[in-house]
Ligand binder design. Structure first.
Ligand code: ADP
Ligand code: ZN
Length: 286
């Protein structure tokens, strides 16, 4: 059996095919353009295989309540051509196989739980800190959702007293994403995140905000493990700074697992989402 997976991102669509042993035997990356041309390339990729399932993990917000009108749709994204686009419907029309549908970060959380940093656990929270910030939660083996999927990146935080950056979120300005996603590093310093030296003071701010968000997640759901991924986490020193700030700000109010085990980096760098989509697709086979 061959399982298909799509991680549909605002920059690129990653397509992969895995075999019975969950080894990825083919992988392709397609630049995200207009829906029709992007999907044509996706079809060219998958048409080469006889798939048993297809898991789709998409950038959001998306409609995830089965039975509702917008199920399978990408909703009010700033990417105009993809607004209210029925991505799952298009895929299902092309491939008559069982499908799964969730957000990119939900799939990444699931991939990390089954095959990555939370392997063996039954719950974890995954957070990506990249161009944007987003998170997914797996609770007792199931991806958590309420009336819709969580939007953990838009948490409202307490500002650092020395921070006067207005924030970049078009909806809230200084929510978590507005204050701490990758572009905030360049907006504050004039230097791209990847080029900033380790001793730059902006990292203290960055760690302060990320730690604060992790404290809120901890207080609300006490996840077994928090897994951090995304481009900004490529900064080797940042994890330690986050763990330290977490401890200082939480003031030991909650006895968490040891921080070196509780707040960790992704176990499947850049691949959590695609593995999650492959797994969810497989599990859609009844
Ligand atoms: P996306 O979120 O678009 O899927 P990434 O997770 O790679 O992509 O995140 C891209 C963001 O991460 C950009 O804002 C980029 O400047 C930032 N970034 C990438 N590498 C690093 C790094 N080594 N240090 C800090 N920031 C980085
Ligand atoms: Zn926001």
């Amino acid at each position: 059996m061959l399982y298909g997976g799509i991680e549909a991102g605002g920059t690129k669509f990653i397509c992969a095919v895995a075999n019975e042993n969950f080894k990825i035997i083919a992988k392709g990356s397609i630049a995200t353009g207009e829906p029709q041309e992007t999907l044509a390339a996706v079809y060219r990729f998958f048409d080469q295989y006889t798939l048993s399932s297809l898991g789709v993990a998409s950038f959001g917000p998306i409609g995830i309540q089965p039975g509702t009108e917008d199920y399978g749709y990408i909703l009010q994204t700033p990417k105009k051509a993809w607004q209210n686009f029925n991505l799952l419907g298009a895929i299902q029309t092309r491939y008559a196989v069982p499908t799964a549908w969730t957000t990119d970060v939900n799939a990444a959380a699931y991939g990390e739980l089954k095959l990555g940093a939370a392997k063996g656990a039954d719950s974890c929270l995954y957070l990506t800190i990249g161009t944007g910030i987003g998170g997914g939660l797996v609770l007792n083996g199931k991806i958590y959702s309420g009336f819709t999927h969580p939007e953990m990146g838009h948490l409202f935080l307490k500002r650092h007293p020395q921070d006067d950056y207005q924030g970049s979120c078009p909806y809230h300005h200084d929510c978590f994403e507005g204050l701490a996603a990758g572009p905030s590093l360049e907006a504050r310093t004039g230097i791209k995140g990847q080029d900033l030296p380790e001793d730059h003071p902006v990292w203290e701010l960055q760690a302060f905000y990320i730690a604060q968000a992790l404290i809120s997640y901890t207080l609300m759901v006490a996840p077994t493990k928090i897994i951090l991924g995304g481009g900004v986490m490529n900064q080797e020193h940042l994890l330690k700074k986050i763990q330290c700030s977490f401890k200082v700000q939480l003031q030991d109010y909650v006895v968490t697992p040891p921080l070196a085990e509780y707040i960790v980096k992704w176990g499947l760098p850049n691949e959590s989402g695609i593995y999650g989509s492959l797994l969810l697709g497989k599990e859609a086979i009844v």
